[in-house]
Design a protein around this ligand. Structure first.
Ligand code: G3H
Ligand code: 13P
Ligand code: ZN
Length: 315
């Protein structure tokens, strides 16, 4: 069955790698994740967002997961698999997921005043831990580096808050804000301006204050340009889509960052391959053909990520 993140993160910390957390919304994404992680022998965290629950039907989506675990076992693989609620926004939603077989939940109170974030997170932890489910909290707001206000200090995680937050809430991992952001447009750059560096100095200060404690990085897609180019070549229009360079993700994975969230790169691969397939095969109308093409390329991309994060071969 599923495992919570405790042992996964202990090993990731010790082995200086990060476990990938891949979002899924449909069968092909889930198959690609499982096939990739089985093939490269990587532990994996499957993630379901609130939006995914709404899109695919929460009941259908969660029952797909035991099927995916079974599929991995039938492929002869014993990789650890966790199921996480991504960006839970209320106690009720987190409780529903704990009650329905998730092995980790994220409670994202990062937008709340500090004391409210502490109280909400603590309440989720108390309920989840009673059911052997681990909890991810968040401090600091993921906002892109804004034009002209390059590096809005106040959005980054304040290292002076992390010890108090972790000890008072009892969370098992902590998502932080060091310059990443969600989606395919992470940085607004002026012509010729280089990509900014993540704030590794903040990460290091957090590591110093919380030795051996698992840190989580959201918004960690690299917005792989080869797929952006395919999308644009076949009728898409993604302008100035940029992400976090892979060398910075690799560096983060070798630190106390034990979980790295990737959604957008999967969306880009999926869209690129569907656009390409349909453009090249205009007479085709069997969804298995273009979804199959997307699934095949997705699997390759997930293996590439597992290798980058260092989780390949660590299951
Ligand atoms: O953090 C956001 C994830 O990429 C999930 O996105 O809420 O559109 O499913 P979503
Ligand atoms: P990306 O948009 O960079 O893939 O981030 C995904 C994420 O953080 C999901 O919680
Ligand atoms: Zn996120």
């Amino acid at each position: 069955g599923l495992v919570n993140t405790r042992e996964m993160f202990r090993k990731a910390m010790e082995g200086k790698y990060a476990v990938p957390a891949y979002n899924f919304n449909n069968m092909e994404q889930l198959q690609a994740i499982i096939m990739a992680c089985v093939e490269c022998n990587s532990p994996v965290i499957l993630q379901i967002s609130k939006g995914a629950r709404k899109y695919a039907n929460q009941t259908l989506l969660r029952y797909m997961v035991p099927g995916a675990v079974q599929m991995a076992r039938e492929l002869g693989s014993n990789i650890p698999i966790a199921l996480n609620l991504d960006h839970g926004d209320s106690f009720e939603l987190c409780k529903a997921c704990v009650d329905n077989g998730f092995s980790n939940v994220m409670i994202d109170g990062s937008h709340l005043p500090y004391e409210e974030n502490v109280a909400l997170t603590k309440k989720v932890v108390e309920y989840a831990h009673a059911h052997d489910v681990t909890v991810e909290g968040e401090l600091g707001v993921l906002a892109g580096i804004e034009e002209h206000v390059s590096s809005e200090e106040s959005h980054y995680t304040k290292p002076e808050e992390v010890e108090d937050f972790v000890s008072r809430t009892g969370v098992d991992s902590l998502a932080i804000s060091i310059g990443t952001s969600h989606g395919a447009y992470k940085f607004k750059l002026k012509p010729g301006e280089p990509l900014p560096e993540l704030r590794f100095d903040i990460l290091e200060e957090i590591e110093r204050r919380l030795p051996g404690f698992p840190i989580v990085l959201h918004g960690a897609s690299s917005v792989l340009q080869e797929y952006v180019e395919i999308i644009n070549k076949y009728g898409g229009k993604l302008e100035n889509a940029v992400g976090v360079p892979e060398d910075q993700i690799k560096r983060a994975a070798q630190s106390a960052v034990c979980k790295i969230n990737i959604d957008s790169d999967g969306r880009l691969v999926f869209t690129a391959m569907v656009r390409k397939y349909l453009a090249e095969n205009p007479a085709e109308f069997d969804p298995r053909k273009y979804l199959g093409a997307a699934r095949e390329e997705l699997k390759k991309m997930y293996i590439r990520k597992c290798e980058l994060l260092g989780s390949a071969g660590k299951a």
